[in-house]
Write a protein that binds this ligand. Structure first.
Ligand code: XUL
Ligand code: CO
Length: 479
């Protein structure tokens, strides 16, 4: 292949890559070759998922791949029903707009209810499929981006009218059975956001993004959303050589302040969440990790108005474990929601896989239990099928495994708490601070003169074993 051809191929692949987040205005999957403005009926004969029963708990010995082995919604663990600890949510974008495209390949998923258009009728049909899916799965919550659920119009007014129409249907289908965990505005796919949204160098883009978030907050409020998420995929930079980082961060803070003011104005009581991620698609994203986001909130006086949505695959991309990010959020009083997924140790991008590692899930649940739960947040499956998984039932199997994995994590934490030896090990490790001088240090009352006096008196300190292997042994025995 010649150099120019390789470049062209790479360019095409990049375009395909983000098609999982729905198409920009007036485009549709070219390989399906249909009109995007098609205004067919949103009616659909019969069920979207015929042959798939309501998923039930059958216990660990079940061989039924359409049953839960570990997640038993009504069962009480550590004083709360499993469904209340876990508050599972289906991500509309992956489940209903995920095409299977990756940086090197075209879409692979052509669900029976799709007609290849991005029409309003198609949007409504997808919404019906969404509620049948979550009902059969036994999940109480869902999450969406504005652009996942409704097509853009030619103007902001037309776009908002489309959104209103789909949201009215969503409200009706939600009824009192289901709840919106969070809504968000998609501020990364459209070319206008290439330099960022709230951190764009163009004031027109800043205003456009504000109009989009204003509307997304309104519809999230209308749907009774429990939270609202800001993920700033393009809020960052490709190079500092052309970037006024200080000015961009100030703009981002002003944008968040305006969101807080508008939230209060319309009476939206949900929690505002920032979702950290270090990079991808930008080289450097401003909300790099939990500690960076916490520092940003403190600097701009926004602590108290925001919490964090921790995504496990974002954590690993930032060089941390998910447990580290959850604990950082928790000890700062900022743990708001979990985007439950995982990455791949060999693939260096955000693979958004369903979490199936029981040890990892146990660590995640340790943080959530220490936090006293996650409500009004929940566990949103920001996770997608592999490109090669193309059966409708795979959507169920993936979520069932994800839910069972988190349920096993919760059950394991209950075992660890009941056993008590892990917290005991940690408590013992610090017991030298459970003394008069330790209390003075922790109260901020031990100055250097006093500490020097103690050091002279005590001489060389005895340093105990960290007992890491014992901690690992105890942890492993609960899995
Ligand atoms: C991207 C990501 C998003 C956010 C919502 O990596 O996680 O789906 O969760 O915009
Ligand atoms: Co996410």
């Amino acid at each position: 292949m010649k150099c120019a051809e390789i470049l062209l191929l790479l360019l095409c692949l990049e375009v395909v890559r983000f098609s999982a987040f729905a198409s920009p205005p007036s485009t549709c999957p070219a390989d399906l070759g249909k009109e995007c403005s098609g205004s067919g009926s949103d009616e659909w004969e019969g069920e979207f998922f015929p042959g798939i029963p309501t998923i039930k708990y059958e216990g660990p010995s079940s061989k039924n791949h359409l049953a839960f082995k570990w997640y038993n919604a009504e069962e009480e663990i550590l004083g709360k029903k499993m469904k209340d600890w876990l508050r599972f949510s289906v991500a509309f974008w992956h489940t209903f707009r995920g095409s299977g495209a990756d940086p090197f390949g075209a879409p692979t998923k052509f669900w029976p209810w799709e007609d290849g258009t991005n029409s309003l009728a198609m949007a409504k049909r997808r919404m019906r499929a969404n509620f049948e899916f979550i009902e059969k799965l036994g999940v109480g919550f869902w999450c969406f981006h504005d652009k996942d659920i409704a097509p853009d119009g030619k103007t902001i007014e037309e776009t908002n009218a489309n959104l209103d129409e789909v949201v009215a249907l969503a409200k009706e289908l939600q009824g009192s059975k289901f709840q919106l965990l969070w809504g968000t505005a998609q501020l990364f796919l459209h070319p206008r956001y290439m330099h960022g949204a709230a951190t764009s160098s163009e004031v027109g883009v800043y205003a456009y993004a504000a109009a989009q978030v204003k509307k997304a907050l309104e519809v999230t409020h209308y749907l009774g959303g429990q939270n609202y998420v800001f993920w700033g995929g393009r809020e960052g930079y490709q190079t500092l050589l052309n970037t006024d980082m200080e000015r961009e961060l100030n703009h981002l803070a002003r944008f968040f302040e305006a969101a807080v003011a508008y939230k209060k104005k319309i009476g939206f009581k949900g929690t505002l969440l920032i979702e950290p991620k270090p990079q991808e698609p930008t080289k450097h994203q401003y909300d790099w990790d939990a500690a960076t986001a916490a520092n940003f909130l403190r600097k701009y006086g926004l602590v108290g108005e925001f919490k964090l949505n921790i995504e496990c695959n974002h954590a690993t991309l930032s060089g941390h474990s998910c447990h580290h990010e959850l604990e950082t959020a928790r000890i700062n009083g900022l743990l708001g929601n979990v985007d439950a997924n995982t990455g791949d140790p060999q693939i260096g991008w955000d693979t958004d896989q369903f979490l199936t590692d029981i040890g990892e899930a146990t660590l995640v649940m340790l943080s959530v239990v220490r936090n006293g739960g996650i409500a009004p947040g929940g566990f949103n499956f920001d996770a997608k099928l592999r490109r090669e998984s193309t059966d409708v039932e795979d959507l169920f199997i993936a979520h069932i495994t994800g839910m069972d994995t988190m349920a096993r994590g919760l059950r394991n934490v209950a075992k660890l708490i009941e056993d008590g030896s892990l917290p005991d090990l940690v408590r013992k490790r610090y017991e030298s601070f459970d003394t008069e001088i330790g209390a003075l240090i922790e109260a901020g009352k031990a100055d250097f003169e006093l500490l020097e006096k103690k050091a002279l008196e005590w001489g060389e300190p005895k340093v105990a074993s960290g007992k890491q292997e014992l901690a690992e042994m105890i942890f492993q025995s609960a899995l």
